[in-house]
Design a protein around this ligand. Structure first.
Ligand SMILES: O=C(O)/C=C/c1cccc(O)c1O
Ligand SMILES: [Fe+2]
Length: 314
């Protein structure tokens, strides 16, 4: 019943507005090394903890957490589109097991995932359908959100379930760390934006292109230092990565207000990492490696990568 963990930041701006070649090469090397580890491990099941950015989940029904029993990737920006090979019965059993552990989680038989999930699968496995995969949505952009502690407990409950399956499991946490791309907030939104956040599924190609162009323009002005977006916070990011490596329970003291204040509105994506590390922690003590960190303004991302395994397996 082995388990391995890979956590990494994502950005849809990769390939649209890249940092200097030495930085890009370094990221690509880290991503390739992670992919080599995953392919050598050859998981029987992948569980991806990932946020969504108003592509699959909207305020018409916004759960804090949702397990996908069937899922498609929408293919926003340059991410791949298509079905995910989800073992539906196992995903349903996972939801039942989590609920039995007193953690409330939703279940979807028609989950739509975006770059938050797809990019991690592409980077780490080479595609969307290389291994059976269960996507777990963690609301990270649409307040109100669950606490970080709750994300850790969700991960732990999923980890206990995964251990019982006896499968060779890979858990992935996709997101964060400090960053604030121009993802709108419902509070104070115009009627038009509010409607998009409440029920904006499957936008027109023009609507999608306009959104992507806005993000690209925001990245350019952010990199030029000419933007009101929350600055990246390398110190906070590295402290968070340290917590993942050696002090997971310390996240229980991080409030949602403090995360927004210190890391920006999308820094809540760290809860995908917290859930993934929570799942790993259910197998016992673990050893984690910090593979990469750099603030990358071109990608509007405090960009990090870590991998980990139980001490006994390391
Ligand atoms: O969904 C979008 O339009 C933008 C998302 C984004 C931008 C920059 C960094 C990220 O982690 C994102 O998810
Ligand atoms: Fe994101």
């Amino acid at each position: 019943m082995p388990i391995r963990l890979e956590c990494l930041s994502h950005t849809p701006l990769q390939g649209y507005f890249d940092p200097a070649p030495d930085v890009l090469n370094e990221v690509e090397r880290v991503q390739a090394a992670a992919r080599e580890r995953v392919l050598a491990y050859d998981p029987e099941l992948v569980v991806v903890f990932a946020p969504d950015h108003y592509n699959g989940f909207f305020y018409d029904l916004m759960p804090p957490f949702c397990i996908g029993a069937a899922a498609d990737s929408i293919g926003d920006y340059k991410s791949l589109a298509g079905p995910l090979p989800v073992p539906g019965a196992l995903a349903r059993d996972m939801a039942e097991s989590v609920l039995a552990a007193d953690i409330d989680v939703a279940l979807s038989y028609r989950m739509q995932v975006d770059h938050g999930c797809a990019q991690a699968l592409e980077v780490l496995t080479g595609g969307l359908d290389r291994f059976p995969v269960i996507p777990v949505f963690i609301n990270s952009v649409a307040p109100p959100m669950a606490t970080l502690r709750r994300a850790r407990l969700l991960g732990e409950a999923i980890g206990r379930f995964l251990e019982r399956t006896g499968k060779r499991v890979l858990v992935i946490g996709s997101g964060g760390i400090s960053h604030e791309p121009p993802v709108p907030l419902l509070a104070g939104a115009s009627d038009e934006v509010a409607q998009r956040l409440i029920a904006g599924r499957n936008p027109t190609p023009e609507g999608r292109a306009a959104r992507q162009a806005r993000t690209l323009a925001a990245a350019k002005s952010f990199t030029a230092g000419d933007s009101g977006l929350h600055p990246l916070n390398p110190e906070w990011d590295l402290a968070f990565m340290d917590k993942m490596a050696s002090e997971l329970l310390a996240v229980d003291g991080m409030t949602n207000d403090a995360i927004t204040r210190d890391g920006g509105r999308s820094a809540h994506e760290i809860r995908a990492w917290v859930a993934a590390f929570g799942a790993l922690s259910a197998y016992g003590p673990y050893r984690a490696t910090n593979d990469f960190y750099r603030p990358i303004p071109e990608w509007i991302a405090g960009f990090g990568a870590m991998h980990a395994a139980p001490v006994a397996a390391a």
